[in-house]
Design a protein around this ligand. Sequence first.
Ligand code: CP
Length: 320
Amino acid sequence: MLEQRNPQLNRNGELIHLLSIDGLPREVLIQILDTAGTFLSVNDREVKKVPLLRGKSIFNLFFENSTRTRTTFEIAAKRLSADVINLDIARSSTAKGESLLDTIANLSAMHADMFIVRHGESGAPYLVARHCAPHVHVINAGDGRHAHPTQGLLDMYTIRHFKRDFTNLTVAIVGDIVHSRVARSDIHALTTLGVAEIRGVGPKTLVPGDLREMGVRVCHDMTEGIRGADVIIMLRLQNERMSGAMLPSAGEFFKSYGLTPEKLALAQPEAIVMHPGPINRGVEIHSDVADGKQSVILPQVTFGIAVRMAVMSIIAGNSA
Ligand code: CP
């Protein structure tokens, strides 16, 4: 039987697309985090540019809304000196019924070198990668509930920056895990990087028991879930992906699972609070925590630029 090759890696095990953290070797994750570290200083220079992707055309294709991911991909590409094209999906021919693959074929005819794809359908970036010419690279910027690999990587960068070593950490992921592509990417990355304990915290409707098969300790009680944690990753309720009522109310959810200063006091004194954004104040997180001294939510966004620079420069340097 033919061995199934990971479509993100070439025959030498080098990254050519970034579609998911699942299945990526630890060495590739470390390479991305280390490379991001070298790019961080570019953001502090007067001229915030390096010529690594000069002459390359990078297309941002966001079929779903975004503030952080779309903007930081654009900033990252520009800092690498690439030409960036942001397709305005709402005004594009998608609205006239053009299929995703026809759109990709037409943009490829404009000499695209890289596609950054966010899509509501899980697997859409894989489809794009399968239909591109071998020299074209694809990065998943979030597909359905499936994966958000650059968010997972910037989360790992943030944790390493503040905590140095992964192996002694307890990481609690709190909230709407069942609909979260970020949670899935974080769990794969944290597992590969060897954290001591991952906890999935939330109500039964939002934290599925089968998370245990991924090595996650499931906690339906918030007190148990965050007690002694070193890192708390809060998630918003992803109402756009919920079918039917999964919760009594946002107010009830906040009472049981919202992160308040009182609940945060149960974690380690030096615990950091993360959130991929957008945050919903008073639903999953209290403003005093979101804006408090343990919050690293805005540094996550800044690190996202360096991490996306790293991913783009690494894949552009590898051929199929
Ligand atoms: N974290 C994240 O994906 O945010 P955006 O939806 O604003 O890109």
